[in-house]
Design a protein around this ligand. Structure first.
Ligand SMILES: [Zn+2]
Ligand SMILES: [Zn+2]
Ligand SMILES: [Zn+2]
Length: 760
C-alpha cells in the first residue's frame, strides 16, 4: 500500500539549498514525488510506503540546510498517482515567488576546505561559495532571487560551474553566486590614487602593505573596510587621524577562536555568537595587558572582535601572521559605508594607502552587525549583515506598514503578515549621504519584499529627517508614534507580548508629547496607547545640543537646580570653567534661553560622569555614560545612592537631590571613582525597582519591558534584571532587536499597525 502526502513548507527555504536537500532525502528513501517553489516557501509531494513517508516527514525539519528557516510545515493526504521518481520542478518566470530572501552569511567549512586544497579547482579563489554560504541580500537587485536579478548576472558560468549549478545532488545546485576563477569575479590591488597595480598576487601584495603599517581599503560583503595591523600603534593612530574618529573604538578581526581567547574573555554564549553564520562583531571583555595597540579601543574594557567571514578574509590571514586587524567601516565618521569601487577611491583617497577591490558589485550596503552577551543571552546592538532581511516574527498578523525610525542609528521597518522586516543599519540621518541611503533602502526593501504599505509611522520629533520624509509623502495615512512608546512596543513585539505592561524606556533623547526631551520614562503601555506613569525630573540642557557634547554642562545644570548658582561656583567642577562662561550658563537656564527641559537618563549619566571626573567632553555618542560604566572596574562596593520619589498628580517624579548630596560627599572624601560609579548604578536600579513595585500595587501588572539605549549598559541592565527577578516581576528585554534607536522602527510599525486595526 502507498500513501501520498502534500507538504507546504513556509519560511526561508528558497536559495538556501532546500530543494536539493529534499531531493536527496526523498531519493535515498526511494520516494516518488516532486518539489517546487511557491510564494510562501516550497511545496513537496512524496509517495511511498506509509512508514517511509513518516520517516521522511520527521527528517524534513531536523536536517534542513543551515540557512533555511522553517516557520511552518503543513501536511495533508492526497491521492496517489503513477510517479516513479522524485523530481525538482524548477521555477519559471511568472510563477509565484517567495519574498523571504536569506541574508549574507559566512563562508562554510566545505568551501574553506576546498579553497585551501591545492588540488581543488577553486584553490585560493576568493569568491568560492555554495548554497550554504556566501552573499545573498547584498547582491539582489530584484526578485525572484535568481542569477539574472543579482550582480552575478554579468558573469556567465563556465561549463563546470554550470554543471554544478544544474545538478540537484551538488552543493552548488542553484547557488546563484556560483563562480570560479575561469568565469567569476576577481580581485585587484589599486594604489592610493585608485590606479590598478600590476602585481601577480594582489592579496599577497595587500598583506605586504598591511605588514608595513599601511591602511588598506578592502572590499567585503556589504561594503568596504579600512584595515590596518591592530598591533601596530602607529598604523592605528594614522587610521584614527585620517578617519577623524577620535576615541570611538575600532573593531578587530582575528584569525580564529584561539586568537580571540588570547585577547578577551569568551564564554559559551559568546563563542556561539562569534562562530555563528552571521559572524557579528562581538563585544568582549578584554584581558588586561593584551598586546593590542591602546588606540584600538581607548578607555574601554570591551573590545569588538569578529572572525573572518569571507573567503578573502581567510586568505588575508593565511600565512600572513596577523594576530589582529583593525577593521572599520570605510567612511568618514558617521557617513555610510562605501560599496562601489569608484566611490571608494573618490571618498577614501586620503584614508587608504591601497585598495583591495573586486568586480562583484555590492548592490545594497550592509554594515557589520554588533552584538554582545548580557544577562546570559545574546543582544543585538546593531542588527545588520547576516541578519537582514530575516524578519522578526511577530505574534499576530498585522497590516502592512512602513515605519521610518528615528534620527540616529536609523533603521526602517516594513510589516507584512506575521513578518516585521527591519532594514540594515542605515546610520545617522543628519548626514546627507546617510539620508540618501535611507531613501534608497525604503525603495529597495519595498521592491524586493513586495510590500505596499497602507500607512507610514514616524517619530513625533518635528526635526528628524525621517519625520520630515514621512510627512512629505502623500496618499498614505501618517501615524506619529511617541519615541519611548515605540521603544516599549518594540520590546513587546520581539517578546510576543499582548496587553498592558510596565515599560522602562531609558535613553538619551526622545521627543515627548509635551514638546520636551524625554529619556527617563516609565510607561504603562500597550500597542495602542500609553500613560506616562513616572519619569526623571526635568532639568535644563544649557546650550541644547552643546550639553550633549559637553557633559560638564549637565553637571552644572543638576547642581544649580538642587543647590543654586553660588554653590556651583564653589565646587571643584567650577575651577575648570571660566567664570564668564559659567555666568552665561546660569543666565541661559534662568531665562530659558536655548535650555530645553529634559528628563533624559543619558544626560543624568553625563552629569555624574562629569562630576566624578570621568569625562567632561565627549567625542562620540554616549561616550560619557560608557566610560562611567567602565569606571566601575573591579569595584565590589554594594552601596547605593538614594533617589527621591515624589508623587505628582497620578505619576511619580524621580528626583535627584539626595543622589547629588551623597555623590558630592563622596567626592569630597575622595572615594574611588569605581565605587562612586557603582553606587550610582545601584541607586538607579533601586529606584526603578521601587517605581515598578508602586506601579504593580496600583495596576497589578507584573510584566516589565526594558528598552532604550541606556540598557546597553551591561551593569545597569544585569543589575535591574536581577533585582526585578528577585521581586517576582516578569522581565522582558531585547535580544534579536537592538534596545537602542536601531530597534525603534519595529515599535513604530507595531503601534501604527495596531492603531489601524483598532480604527478598522
Ligand atoms: Zn559553502
Ligand atoms: Zn566557473
Ligand atoms: Zn531612543
Amino acid at each position: 500500500m502507498l500513501v501520498r502526502k502534500a507538504i507546504e513548507v513556509s519560511g526561508i527555504v528558497q536559495g538556501v539549498g532546500f530543494r536539493p536537500y529534499i531531493y536527496r532525502l526523498a531519493s535515498e528513501r526511494q520516494l516518488a514525488g516532486c518539489i517546487y517553489n511557491t510564494a510562501a516557501g516550497v511545496s513537496i509531494e512524496v509517495q511511498g510506503a506509509p512508514a517511509v513517508v513518516e520517516d521522511f516527514l520527521a527528517r524534513v525539519p531536523a536536517g534542513a540546510p543551515p540557512l533555511a528557516r522553517i516557520t511552518s510545515i503543513k501536511v495533508r493526504e492526497v491521492p496517489c498517482n503513477g510517479d516513479r521518481e522524485f523530481r525538482i520542478v524548477t521555477t519559471h518566470r511568472g510563477e509565484p515567488v517567495q519574498t523571504l530572501i536569506s541574508p549574507d552569511v559566512a563562508v562554510c567549512a566545505d568551501c574553506l576546505r576546498e579553497m585551501f586544497d591545492p588540488a581543488d579547482r577553486r584553490y585560493r579563489y576568493p569568491f568560492i561559495n555554495c548554497t550554504n554560504c556566501g552573499p545573498r541580500f547584498t547582491i539582489v537587485r530584484n526578485i525572484p532571487y535568481d542569477r539574472p536579478f543579482t550582480s552575478m548576472s554579468v558573469f556567465p558560468m563556465c561549463p563546470p560551474c554550470q554543471a554544478e549549478y544544474e545538478d540537484p545532488s551538488n552543493r552548488r545546485f542553484h547557488a546563484q553566486p556560483n563562480a570560479c576563477r575561469a568565469c567569476g569575479p576577481h580581485v585587484e590591488l589599486w594604489d592610493g590614487e585608485g590606479k590598478r597595480m600590476d602585481v601577480a598576487d594582489p592579496i599577497a601584495e595587500a598583506i605586504s602593505l598591511l605588514q608595513v603599517g599601511q591602511v588598506v581599503a578592502i572590499k567585503g560583503l556589504g561594503g568596504f573596510h579600512l584595515a590596518c595591523d591592530a598591533r601596530n600603534p602607529e598604523a592605528v593612530r594614522i587610521l584614527r587621524d585620517r578617519k577623524r574618529r577620535v576615541e570611538k573604538p575600532f573593531a578587530v578581526m582575528v584569525p580564529d577562536l584561539a586568537a580571540v581567547e588570547r585577547f578577551c574573555e569568551v564564554d559559551d554564549a559568546a563563542r556561539q555568537l562569534l562562530l555563528s553564520l552571521q559572524r557579528p562583531i562581538v563585544l568582549l571583555r578584554r584581558h588586561d595587558g593584551t598586546a593590542m595597540a591602546d588606540d584600538v579601543a581607548p578607555f574601554n574594557r570591551y573590545l569588538g572582535v569578529f572572525l573572518p567571514y569571507t573567503p578573502l578574509h581567510y586568505l588575508l590571514f593565511s600565512g600572513a601572521g596577523f594576530a589582529a586587524l583593525a577593521m572599520t567601516s570605510a567612511n568618514l565618521s558617521e557617513e555610510p559605508i562605501c560599496i562601489a569601487n569608484d566611490e571608494a577611491v573618490e571618498r577614501l583617497q586620503r584614508l587608504a594607502d591601497g585598495f583591495l577591490v573586486h568586480n562583484r558589485d555590492i548592490l545594497l550596503r550592509c554594515d557589520d552587525s554588533v552584538a554582545r552577551v548580557s544577562a546570559g543571552r545574546p543582544r543585538q546592538l546593531r542588527r545588520s549583515r547576516g541578519f537582514v532581511p530575516v524578519p522578526v516574527f511577530v505574534r499576530d498578523e498585522v497590516p502592512s506598514v512602513l515605519a521610518v525610525g528615528g534620527e540616529l542609528k536609523n533603521t526602517i521597518c516594513l510589516t507584512k503578515g506575521c513578518h516585521a522586516f527591519l532594514s540594515q543599519h542605515i546610520g545617522d540621518l543628519e548626514n546627507a549621504e546617510s539620508y540618501g541611503f535611507f531613501e534608497e533602502a525604503i525603495e529597495h526593501l519595498q521592491r524586493i519584499l513586495e510590500i505596499r504599505p497602507v500607512a507610514i509611522a514616524y517619530d513625533l520629533h518635528p526635526n528628524y529627517f525621517s519625520t520630515r520624509w514621512a510627512l512629505a509623502q502623500s496618499g498614505l495615512p501618517q501615524i506619529g508614534v511617541q519615541h519611548h512608546h515605540a521603544h516599549i512596543a518594540s520590546c513587546m513585539a520581539e517578546n510576543h507580548l499582548e496587553g498592558r505592561v510596565i515599560g522602562f524606556a531609558l535613553d538619551g533623547t526622545g521627543y515627548g508629547t509635551d514638546g520636551r526631551i524625554w529619556g527617563g520614562e516609565v510607561l504603562l503601555a500597550d500597542y495602542c496607547a500609553f500613560e506616562r506613569a513616572a519619569h526623571l525630573a526635568y532639568v535644563p540642557m544649557p546650550g541644547g545640543e552643546a550639553a550633549i557634547r559637553e557633559p560638564w554642562r549637565m553637571a552644572v545644570s543638576y547642581l544649580t537646580r538642587h543647590f543654586g548658582c553660588d554653590f556651583v561656583r564653589e565646587t571643584p567642577l567650577a575651577r575648570d570653567i571660566p567664570p564668564k562662561n559659567l555666568n552665561v550658563l546660569f543666565r541661559m537656564m534662568e531665562q530659558g534661553i536655548n535650555s530645553p527641559l529634559t528628563s533624559s537618563c543619558g544626560r543624568l549619566f553625563d552629569a555624574v560622569a562629569a562630576l566624578t571626573g570621568v569625562r567632561t567632553q565627549v567625542n562620540y555618542e554616549a561616550q560619557a555614560a560608557i566610560e562611567l560604566e567602565m569606571a566601575i572596574g573591579n569595584s565590589t562596593d554594594e552601596g547605593a545612592y538614594p533617589f527621591d520619589l515624589v508623587a505628582e498628580n497620578n505619576s511619580w517624579i524621580i528626583d535627584t537631590r539626595s543622589l547629588f548630596e551623597a555623590l558630592l560627599q563622596d567626592i569630597a572624601r575622595a572615594v574611588p571613582v569605581g565605587d562612586m560609579s557603582r553606587r550610582f548604578h545601584n541607586g538607579l536600579a533601586n529606584v526603578l525597582v521601587e517605581v515598578a513595585e508602586r506601579l504593580r500595587d496600583r495596576t497589578s501588572l507584573e510584566r516589565v519591558c526594558l528598552s532604550g539605549g541606556s540598557f546597553q549598559n551591561v551593569y545597569l541592565f544585569e543589575k535591574l534584571c536581577d533585582r526585578m527577578g528577585k521581586t517576582s516581576f516578569q522581565v522582558f528585554a531585547h535580544s534579536e532587536v537592538p534596545a537602542g534607536d536601531g530597534g525603534l522602527s519595529l515599535g513604530q510599525a507595531m503601534v501604527a499597525a495596531h492603531k489601524l486595526q483598532e480604527t478598522g
